[in-house]
Every structure is written in structure tokens, then in C-alpha cells.
Design a protein around this ligand. Structure first.
Ligand code: SF4
Ligand code: SF3
Length: 533
């Protein structure tokens, strides 16, 4: 394989243009990137074989598409062997579908896999729109996967993956045809986030406000990272009564708010901050770490023997826990390492020793009357939604500074791992309501949307007319599908940072600015003044 790659799907892409050398900034090697392209091309081939053949799809076919897309998300799968095996599975399924399709005889030659090189070399506007579709469905696939694990599927969502993949392979489509599909990704992702919300809340209960300690008690413990609540539940069950404590990390923090998870007394707290700090935070940790989804960074030698993966996450030579979810190797490692000898006090990046979570739609809407009253009396003058991914770029302290500068009569709603920039700040309360409310993981953008819509209804106005400002931080493809959902809903004036996606061509960006008034973040002071004006 050539020692060259092309990937520009995440915010840390080299030179804000694209990773094109022997490895990406994330550590993904060129051969792995090529396999991910082959996998995507094979999925497009599968979508071509599905067209006109929809009745022959099995639930397994849908699941394979989710797994295939999820494997190409940033910081999920670095393992060539498992990517090759996914490609073979997709190929076999494509052959099965073609063999069942009578009309396929005439088009058999046309049902080939797609060469992703054509996409990367396409006209920049076509490439930009197809990238928005592809990266959007990659993020959405992760959400659909988590819902499916809990037994929740939606045919509208499943069918759309084939449609979107098919469209990416269309050679002669231009902006006019592609733009509506870009927005449709946002529409279907809203359904998908609602599905995952239902899966999580019907399985584990509606999150309730919960204080989470950042300290770690002495004795054996396990750190669990990622978004998959099912994996956490299995781990909690398997460690119960074994003298091992469980600490969440990164996007797993909101799990503390779910009644069916928080009932376990050995779910103690949260370790560390957001994903980009893991190589530092895990360097001397006397405990194993289990990754259930993104964001896994290439583990350093100092702690690689303690990192375990499960679900779609893979890294060569790390122990992978399979579908049977037998976490014994992780448990044995925790007992072997023994944890800290004494209680350890850790803090967030601003020095706070605890954080709050659990302010999903059910909780916030249960105090809607109080919130509306506070707006009417002027106690609350503005809402900010400051959410999205964290990342390594230094400009990301914008989000800390921005939240620090929010006026005392404003509420900050937040979600996803970007909140670690400010969730340990004590901003006080307004009429008993905390000024920072963590609504959950990135997919809980669904909660923010529900709350914004309820407020708009209460004040008999459109969401865009609410005293609400949205400041997003993006890093990977889940942020892309969420942004597309906000655009589908017609939300305007979103501030996006820390930098604009490399895959937005000047024309596509111009369209987004003209139609939705999207703007890159400026300085906290300038943006705050503009938002409050
Ligand atoms: Fe580069 Fe991001 Fe792609 Fe990794 S995922 S290769 S950092 S653009
Ligand atoms: Fe974070 Fe990777 Fe995106 Fe779910 S864990 S938000 S970056």
C-alpha cells in the first residue's frame, strides 16, 4: 500500500486542510485510512445492491452498515485486521443480495464498490456536500448503534443509511441534488437521537440531577470511557460486590444521572477530563481503562497494558472484549493493579472537585414553569447552549472564557465532552436553578432541542426569537450530524469553533452563512457582546 492517505473528517486535521502523509494527526496510519476508505466504498457498493432489492435486507444487514460506518469515525478503530474482516462481511452480504435480485442481471456490472479516490478528487463543492453527508451518517450510525444495542431500531433511520450511501456514489450529482440530502441527514438524525433518547431513558430511567465527585477512593477501580450505557451497566453488574469501584471518563460522565445506573453504590465518580488529556491522565493510573466508543488515542507504552476495548473500538494488540461482554480480563486487571493506596483528590481544569450532571429534558421541563416565571420576572435574561466536543487546540480555552463571562442572569446549558472546559466552575444559581446545566452526552442535543422548542411554545415564538445563543465546539463526526439537525430545524446564528471544518468549500460555507447565519467563533468578549445585543 502507498504510504499516503487523505482524510479531513475531523477538526484536528493537518494544517486545517487534510491529513495526507504516512499517518493522521490522530495517529491513524495511512494503510488504516485506506482500509476505512475501502470499507466505505464497499458500503456504497452494498447500498447499490440494496436498491430495488430492499425486501431481501436482514436486520443483520442493517447492523453491518452501522458497524461499518461507526468503524470509520475518528478515534474508534485503528485495527486493520478488524477493518478487513468488516470489508469481507460487507462484500459477502453484497454478493448474497445480488444473487437474490432477478433484475440485477442487467445491472450486475454496475454494482461495484465505490472508489473513494473519486470523492476526494471531485469538484470541491461536490466533495464538500458529499463529505457532509458521509460524515453526518458516520456520526448518526454511532447513535443508531447504541440504540440498537438496547433493542431499539427505527426503519426510517436504517433505510436512510442506504439512501445516503447510494447518493455519495452518484457521479453526476451537483449542489442542487446534494444539498437536500445534506439537510435530510439532519432530519433523520433528529429521529435517530430521539430513538436513542427513548432507548436510554426507557432502559435506565430519566436522568436526575446528580453531583459527581472527581476524587478517587483508595482500592481497586476501573475507568470506563465512551458513550455506551449498556457496556457500563454490564460492567457494574459484573463488578458488584467485588470491592472494585467504577469511575466514568469523558462522555460516560452523564451516566451518573440515570436511576438504573446510579443505584450501584460502587459507581463512585468521574476520573479525568476530556479525551485529549487521556495520554497524560492515564500515564500512571493504577487501574484498567475500558473504551466503549470514541475517543481512543493511541495508548502510550506507560499504560497500554491497562487499556481494554469493546464494541466498535479496536486498537492493535489491545485486549478486546467481544459481544458476550465478559469483562473478566478488565476485572482481573483492576484487582492486580490494586488502585491507589490512599484516597486521591483530583480536580477539573478550573480546580473544582465536583461536577453536576443529569439535566436532560425530563428534569428541565419538569421545572419549566419555574424557568418561564424566571424569564418573565427578568431573573433569567438569556440562555446559552455551549456544547459539543473538546479537543487539543489551544484556542479551545475560548469556551472556558466564554462561560466565565456569561452574565449572572443567564443559564448555560451544556452537553458532550466540551463541557469539561467549564463544568467544574461554580457559577451559582438563579431561583434555585443551577446556572450550568449538563444535559448529557452529545446525542443529548436532543434534550436541548426539546427544551428550546418547549420554551418557544411557551413564549409563542420561534426558537430563533428566543433569548438563546448557541455556541458549538466540534471535533468529530457526531458534531457534524448534530449541526445538520440544527440546520434542518432552521436554527440560525450558530457560532462554530474552534475552527471551521476543512471540508466546507467556500461556496458551501457561503450558503451556510447566507441561509443560516453560521459564524466562526471570534473572541469571547466580541461574541458575548453580539449575543446580548
Ligand atoms: Fe486526520 Fe482527523 Fe482523519 Fe485522523 S480523523 S486522519 S486527525 S482528519
Ligand atoms: Fe467527545 Fe470524542 Fe465529540 Fe460525544 S468523546 S463528543 S469528541
Amino acid at each position: 500500500m502507498e504510504n499516503k492517505m487523505f482524510c479531513f473528517q475531523c477538526e484536528q486535521t493537518a494544517g486545517c486542510k487534510g491529513c495526507m502523509g504516512a499517518a493522521g494527526v490522530c495517529g491513524k496510519k495511512a494503510d488504516t485510512a485506506e482500509l476505512q476508505d475501502c470499507l466505505t466504498g464497499a458500503l456504497i457498493g452494498l447500498a447499490r445492491a440494496v436498491k430495488g432489492n430492499e425486501d431481501s435486507i436482514f436486520a443483520d444487514t442493517d447492523r453491518m452498515v452501522l458497524e461499518g460506518l461507526f468503524a470509520t469515525l475518528t478515534n474508534v478503530n485503528f485495527d486493520n485486521e478488524s477493518l478487513n474482516s468488516l470489508i469481507h462481511r460487507v462484500d459477502a452480504e453484497k454478493k448474497r443480495l445480488i444473487s437474490l435480485c432477478r433484475e440485477c442481471d442487467t445491472v450486475r456490472g454496475k454494482i461495484s464498490d465505490y472508489d473513494m479516490g473519486k470523492l476526494w478528487a471531485a469538484n470541491e463543492d461536490v466533495r464538500s456536500l458529499k463529505a457532509l453527508i458521509l460524515f453526518g451518517i458516520r456520526g448518526m450510525a454511532a447513535y443508531a448503534y447504541h440504540a440498537a444495542v438496547l433493542g431499539y431500531v427505527d426503519q426510517e433511520v436504517n433505510k436512510f443509511f442506504y439512501k445516503a450511501l447510494f447518493v455519495i456514489g452518484m457521479e453526476d450529482w451537483g449542489m442542487e441534488e446534494l444539498l437536500p440530502i445534506v439537510i435530510e441527514v439532519g432530519k433523520v438524525n433528529l429521529t435517530c437521537m430521539a430513538l436513542l433518547d427513548r432507548a436510554n431513558t426507557e432502559t435506565y430511567g430519566n436522568p436526575v440531577p446528580t453531583e459527581v465527585s472527581l476524587a478517587v477512593e483508595k482500592g481497586p477501580f476501573i475507568v470506563i470511557s465512551g458513550h455506551d450505557l449498556y457496556d457500563l451497566k454490564q460492567l457494574l453488574e459484573q463488578t458488584e460486590g467485588k470491592g472494585i469501584n467504577i469511575y466514568t471518563h469523558g462522555e460516560m460522565l452523564p451516566a451518573h444521572g440515570y436511576p438504573q445506573l446510579k443505584k450501584y453504590s460502587h459507581l463512585k465518580g468521574n476520573f479525568g477530563t476530556a479525551w485529549q488529556n487521556q495520554q497524560k491522565e492515564f500515564s500512571d493510573i493504577p487501574a484498567p481503562i475500558l473504551f466503549t466508543t470514541n475517543c481512543l488515542m493511541p495508548p502510550k507504552k506507560s499504560y497500554a497494558d491497562r487499556v481494554f476495548t469493546t464494541a466498535g473500538v479496536r486498537y492493535p494488540e489491545l485486549t478486546h472484549i467481544g459481544e458476550e461482554k465478559d469483562f473478566s480480563p478488565v476485572i482481573e486487571k483492576a484487582l492486580e493493579l490494586g488502585g491507589y493506596q490512599k484516597d486521591m483528590a483530583f480536580t477539573g481544569i478550573n480546580g473544582g472537585g465536583k461536577v453536576m450532571t443529569g439535566f436532560a429534558h425530563n428534569t428541565v421541563l419538569s421545572v419549566a414553569g419555574q424557568v418561564i416565571e424566571a424569564v418573565k420576572t427578568g431573573a433569567i435574561k438569556h440562555f446559552f447552549l455551549v456544547g459539543g466536543c473538546d479537543g487539543a487546540r489551544s484556542g479551545r480555552n475560548y469556551y472556558t472564557e466564554f462561560v466565565k463571562q456569561t452574565p449572572e442572569d443567564s443559564i448555560v446549558l451544556t452537553l458532550a465532552c466540551g463541557k469539561y472546559r467549564f463544568n467544574d466552575l461554580d457559577l451559582g444559581t438563579i431561583n434555585g436553578l443551577p446556572r450550568i446545566m449538563d444535559m448529557g452526552q452529545c446525542n443529548d442535543a436532543y434534550s436541548a432541542i426539546k427544551v428550546a422548542m418547549a420554551l418557544a411554545e411557551a413564549f409563542k415564538c420561534e426558537v430563533n426569537a428566543l433569548p438563546l445563543s448557541i455556541v458549538l465546539s466540534w471535533y468529530e463526526q457526531k458534531a457534524v450530524c448534530i449541526l445538520l439537525t440544527l440546520l434542518y430545524l432552521g436554527i440560525q446564528d450558530i457560532r462554530l469553533g474552534p475552527s471551521l471544518p476543512a471540508f466546507l468549500s467556500p461556496n458551501v460555507l457561503k450558503f451556510l452563512i447566507e441561509k443560516y447565519h453560521i459564524a466562526p467563533i471570534n473572541t469571547p468578549e466580541t461574541d458575548m457582546a453580539a449575543m446580548l445585543a
